[in-house]
Design a protein. Structure first.
Length: 345
């Protein structure tokens, strides 16, 4: 085949690619700012606030991975022996004391709890150039990496590593760091959500309003909406001077760490279908519990006894040390309790 004939055959293909590239540039310019606002707008919800326990635990300060100073509290187990160390990651706009209704009872089972304030929250130092939102960024992961480095520096550090327990944005942070740190042996999340999947769900929900033509947007391929979401995320990263890590990619690398994912069946912010898509990205070992009737971050309130039992059962399987024998009696600040490997009764 001659060169001229080959060029004739290639011209239509090159023209098609050129038109596609031009269309993608137009889409990015037209819709990326709209999508970016989804990343940049703060949600309207009330975070959990719990009164501090001033005389409980050891108050510490430590540097985040980038040097910003953070404050946390180390709380020892209320048992003769320690089964493991759990690091609690609070939700957006909350603080370290919100660990109490979620995780304090685990101290009765033999777990030390380390809870800390993310930057710009609680008593941790604020970064004037960073305005935190509900999305996980490199700043939250730097904070958690700093927390794990601090725990490794303690004289009583646990050579077996850590379990991570995160709520909502804290859950996403735990997944990203858990997938990268070999010292993590398990992750528990409540209300965690993906990066790309959440954005895509919101884009599809509002696409008809912004595109205008129902016929047009319904015929657009899914990858086009994903591209719009990526463009908006890149634009917001530049504007906010941060990086949004890919939570989906993190959970795909979580194995061999075990993951317990808890999510509300009536979560209006992150629908259970979005949670299931994120869960599907992970390999075994993993466990999903969708709590019927529970809204975002409200699973514990809907089924408190089952919630505590699920945590105890999961930790009993994956923690580096064996749980207490059945019906072991211990004393705590709240009174004498009988503890089994499936919960507190």
């Amino acid at each position: 085949m001659s060169t001229s004939s080959l060029l004739i055959l290639l011209v239509p293909t090159l023209v098609a690619f050129g038109l596609l590239a031009a269309f993608l540039v137009y889409v990015a310019i037209r819709y990326a700012p709209i999508v970016g606002r989804i990343f940049e707008e703060k949600p309207l919800f009330l975070p959990l606030r719990v009164a501090p326990r001033q005389n409980d635990g050891e108050t510490v300060t430590f540097p985040a991975q980038d040097g910003l100073m953070l404050e946390g509290t180390y709380l020892s187990a209320r048992t003769p022996t320690r089964l493991g160390v759990l690091v609690f990651c609070h939700e957006y706009l909350s603080d370290r004391w919100s660990y109490q209704p979620y995780a304090d009872h685990l101290r009765d089972l033999g777990y030390d709890i380390f809870t800390f304030d993310f930057r710009n929250h609680g008593r941790s130092q604020s970064d004037p150039n960073y305005h935190p939102l509900q999305w996980v960024t490199n700043h939250e992961t730097a904070d958690l990496h700093g927390a794990l480095a601090y725990l490794r520096s303690r004289a009583d550090h646990d050579p077996a590593g850590f379990g991570l327990y995160g709520i909502s944005r804290g859950g996403g942070t735990a997944l990203v760091v858990g997938a990268a740190d070999p010292g993590v042996w398990g992750v528990i999340t409540d209300g965690a959500f993906p990066t790309r999947g959440t954005m895509l769900a919101y884009i599809l929900r509002w696409a008809e309003i912004y595109v205008g033509s129902p016929t047009l947007w319904k015929r657009m391929p899914l990858w086009m909406f994903a591209y719009v979401g990526w463009s908006g995320r890149m634009k917001s990263q530049r504007k906010l001077r941060c990086h949004f890590p890919d939570v989906e990619r993190a959970v795909a690398r979580l194995t061999p760490r075990s993951w317990l994912m808890i999510h509300g069946g009536k979560d209006a912010y992150i629908g259970p279908e979005i949670a299931r898509l994120l869960f599907a990205e992970a390999r075994e070992p993993k466990e999903l519990w969708i709590v019927p009737g529970a809204k975002h971050n409200r699973c514990r309130e809907v089924q408190p006894e089952n919630y505590a039992a699920r945590l105890a059962q999961f930790l009993g399987r994956v923690a580096p040390r064996r749980p207490l024998p059945p019906q072991t009696v211990i004393k705590s600040e709240s009174g004498t309790k009988a503890v089994t490997s499936s919960g507190v009764f």
